[in-house]
Design a protein around this ligand. Structure first.
Ligand SMILES: [Mn+2]
Length: 399
């Protein structure tokens, strides 16, 4: 028996920060289509959905058609669909479920009551599913408080629950990994957190992540998963149906002695892109390290802003976290706060404090924080406000 596992489809949502021409192709409904294709291709027995299938409780009409079409297609191939509701679709998924073919589709655990379903293979019971659905948008308790697994019949069991793993004070069904793994089940399928994460062990616990990333912070490779029932156990899930969209933050360290070379930066970006293997990438560039001449970097950044690397990627944002190089001799010549800082940094200062002093010096030199739009040439600052701030910071560290 083969199962396709996924959660957090968020049908109805368009991933954030996309250029206009991409918005249509990157709708989450296409990730749903890809999952159905993969389920048919892999000839799975069931598709199991861990909640937040629909993005919002007012998304009934947006989700109805894709769900009806997808579930019917799977049903025609003899593939079951089993779902639990998450916090985003606590109200709408039970409503939608009434419109889906009951011989193919089952919503488990409505109203926050654990519910079982046994899947058969070749006419014999093969796998027990335990599911719990969000009864409303918020749920403060751990759903496992009411969980009981009928382990006595010897069938392998898969638990399905949407909740906030490791966040004990969460208002979205807080779940504890230790508590999940203490239950007599074979494996857990969760939902809620968009970053995919597989916790090994027995039972393994899968947070499948959204099959398509939805936000620039979701920088991992996203996909659905497949597991197989073998000798009474569920195999370690493997990725299937990779997302066609990828968000990434590329860290680009610069060196004060080598001015930022645009060609080198472009090459670095292209090398990263090759490893992604996706149709579209939304990139954030983050420059770090030391820069002696910020005007050079500024010119470079301006050229990169509208660049579309490889024709299938865009630069969504450029973050500049560089700082001017620390030059003790020049600092002493400037006198005042600069000389004081040079002395402090060069003395036998603990590393952590040295770092802070150096950061502070960089801020003083720069005076204004660079926000990706422009860079001031380092001015000679009025030392007084900085001296006050430095004193405050040093007092704060207690050193
Ligand atoms: Mn959720």
């Amino acid at each position: 028996m083969k199962l396709l596992l996924c959660s957090d489809l968020h049908l109805g949502r368009t991933p954030a920060r996309l250029p206009e021409p991409w918005r249509r192709q990157a709708r989450t409904v296409h990730a749903w289509d890809a999952i159905i294709e993969a389920a048919l291709r892999e000839k799975v027995n069931a598709v199991i959905l861990g909640g937040d299938i629909v993005d919002a409780d007012n998304g009934f009409w947006e989700a109805l058609d894709p769900l009806e079409t997808g579930v019917s297609k799977l049903g025609e191939a003899g593939i079951q669909v089993i779902a639990v509701a998450g916090n985003h679709d606590a109200v709408v998924l039970p409503r939608l479920s009434a419109f889906l073919p009951p011989d193919t589709y089952t919503l488990l655990g409505a109203q926050g009551l654990w519910e079982e379903l046994v899947l058969s293979e070749n006419g014999a019971p093969a796998l027990r599913l335990h599911g719990w659905s969000f009864p409303r948008t918020h749920w403060d308790g751990d759903p496992l408080e009411d969980f009981q697994s009928a382990a006595h019949d010897g069938l392998p069991a898969l638990g399905i629950v949407h909740g906030d793993l490791g966040a004990s004070a969460s208002r979205y069904a807080p779940l504890s990994l230790a508590r999940l793994q203490a239950q007599p089940v074979t494996a857990w399928l969760l939902g809620h957190i968009h970053a995919p994460r597989l916790h090994g062990g027995n039972p393994w616990v899968l947070m499948p992540g959204s099959p398509q990333p939805l936000d620039p912070s979701e920088t991992e490779a996203h996909h659905a998963w497949i597991t197989e029932l073998e000798n009474g156990a569920l195999t370690t899930p493997r990725p299937i149906a990779p997302a066609t969209l990828r968000y990434a933050t590329l860290q680009i360290p610069l060196n004060a002695d080598t001015p930022p070379g645009e060609d080198v930066i472009r090459e670095t970006v292209m090398r990263h892109l090759e490893g992604f293997n996706c149709d579209r990438a939304v990139l954030r560039l983050r420059f770090t390290g030391e820069v002696r001449d910020p005007t050079l970097l500024q010119a470079c950044i301006q050229h990169l802003t509208d660049w579309e690397p490889g024709g299938n990627a865009v630069i969504e944002k450029i973050e500049n976290q560089t700082r001017p190089p620390f030059d003790p001799a020049a600092c002493r010549q400037l006198g005042g706060i600069h000389a004081l800082l040079a002395d402090l940094i060069e003395k036998d200062t603990p590393e952590a404090l040295r770092q802070r002093l150096q950061d502070l010096h960089a801020r003083i030199l720069r005076q204004s924080e660079f926000d990706g739009k422009g860079l001031d040439t380092p001015p000679l600052p009025d030392p007084r406000p900085h001296a006050e701030r430095l004193l405050a910071e040093i007092l704060e560290t207690g050193t």
